[in-house]
Design a protein around this ligand. Structure first.
Ligand code: HEM
Length: 403
């Protein structure tokens, strides 16, 4: 039987790939929140529902019983049950989710992350020094992308001579997006070939690393499948790549345009560890994620049927004026900052310690080498898709006074 038509509200019909949404989704979310009904529906790019209030997004993120993670894309066709990407634990539901997450958890503890920090600092220093020496450059291409990816390949202990291959397919998978299926499948094939090889090598000669651990992992005494191993490894790379580099791009973009905030961080570097990185992560939150309702869900009098897509726009929650004073302003000393940049509930980001360390080290090293810099004039291009950030931040060093 055909589904009955969905009663409409004034702010329904948002278009996730429109120029308006891509360039300024905050204005779209503000309109929806201000319309009297903070949840909108759209049929563009597949039927979906978009809650925009912090409280609703928080509540839904905790509701794994009624909202499944089996398809986390925010647009496109909803795959049949069991037919989507298998990226455990991101795409796992209870009761599988916890054991799937537990397999990865030991590799993301504060102690493990602290051990990676010297490597991250060294990478940041080298990449930034090269940019500073020529008076500036493209932040994404020359710094944030190679920085974030090299930390991920380090985490997986990828041999030096294969790192460029890993980075190449990671960028292809991320940049091609869901609409170039053929090219994307080729990138996935390359990824699985390389990850398969790594798993086979570590199974033969295990070390103290995440790949070796997954190569031999069991759940309830049973070895996990090859599909599970590959999915979790690829997830680790994909979940930690453009999320992190976009958060860094957003932060550097802000600092390039706000000399007062730059000066504040140079004068008071301790703010990085207390409030500043958290605030930049709140304002430049990159990730929006999808859920599929497993039963009917009512929200503000609207009835979301089973098997409908719900979009958890964590960046929208972060700008809700009911929770954050002056939500669109960066306040580097903001005290109350319960942002949802890393999600909340069972699926909250497993890599949050790593991401926070990466962003902090990136900014510390940047301001050390280039305390004064500005952005080349011109419009900012924001990436479209569910990981958002400024893509074309080209900066130049401002010479010190008198030099
Ligand atoms: C600034 C950077 C990052 C942001 C903004 C971010 C954001 C998020 C968010 C919002 C979720 C929850 C998804 C949901 O609700 O379904 C998530 C999950 C996850 N993230 Fe991150 N992430 C970042 C960096 C990383 C890094 C560096 C890694 C690891 C290398 C990582 C690994 C994961 C994993 C494995 C999950 C799935 C957890 C689960 O489903 O139980 N993330 N991330």
């Amino acid at each position: 039987m055909d589904k009955p038509p969905i009663p409409t509200q004034p702010q329904d019909g948002y278009d996730l790939y429109s120029d308006r949404y891509v360039n300024d989704p905050h204005a779209v979310w503000d309109d929806i929140r201000g319309s009297g009904c903070p949840v909108a529906h759209s049929d563009k790019w597949g039927s979906s529902w978009l809650p925009t209030a912090y409280e609703d997004i928080h509540k839904l993120a905790h509701d794994s019983a009624r909202l499944s993670s089996r398809a986390v894309e925010f647009a496109g066709p909803i795959p049949e049950v069991g037919g989507g990407l298998f990226f455990a634990p991101l795409t796992s539901d209870p009761p599988d989710h916890k054991p799937h997450r537990d397999l990865l958890e030991p590799w993301f503890t504060p102690a493990r992350i602290a051990a990676i920090e010297p490597f991250a600092r060294e990478r940041a220093r080298t990449l930034i020094a090269a940019m500073a020496a020529k008076g500036g450059g493209d932040v994404a291409r020359e710094f944030s992308q190679p920085y974030a990816l090299s930390i991920l390949t380090r985490l997986l202990q990828v041999p030096d001579d294969r790192q460029a291959r890993f980075m190449d397919w990671a960028i292809r998978v991320i940049k091609l997006g869901p609409f170039d299926q053929e090219l994307r499948s080729a990138a996935f094939r390359d990824a699985f070939d390389d990850l398969d090889q790594l798993l086979a090598e570590r199974a033969a000669a295990p070390g103290d690393d995440l790949v070796s651990h997954l190569a031999q992992a069991t759940i309830a005494g049973q070895p996990i499948s090859r599909k599970h191993k590959l999915g979790s490894l690829l997830l680790t790379i994909l979940a930690g790549a453009d999320t992190t580099w976009n958060a860094i791009n957003g932060s550097i973009y802000h600092l390039a345009e706000h000399p007062d905030d730059r000066a504040k961080l140079v004068a008071r570097p301790e703010l990085m560890k207390t409030t500043a990185v958290e605030e930049l992560l709140r304002v430049f939150a990159p990730l929006t994620i999808g859920r599929i309702t497993s039963e009917e869900v009512e929200l503000h009098g609207r009835c979301i049927a089973a098997q409908e897509r719900v979009i958890l726009a964590y960046p929208a929650a972060n700008r809700d004026p009911a929770v954050f004073d002056q939500p669109n302003e960066v306040q580097l000393e903001r005290k109350r900052n319960r942002h949802l940049t890393f999600g909340t509930g069972a699926h909250r980001c497993l890599g949050a310690h790593l991401a926070r360390m990466e962003v902090r080290v990136a900014l510390e090293e940047w301001l050390q080498a280039m305390p004064d810099f500005e952005r080349e004039p011109g419009p900012v291009k924001w990436g479209s898709g569910q990981v958002r950030g400024p893509e074309n931040i080209v900066v130049r060093v401002v010479p010190a006074h008198g030099s």
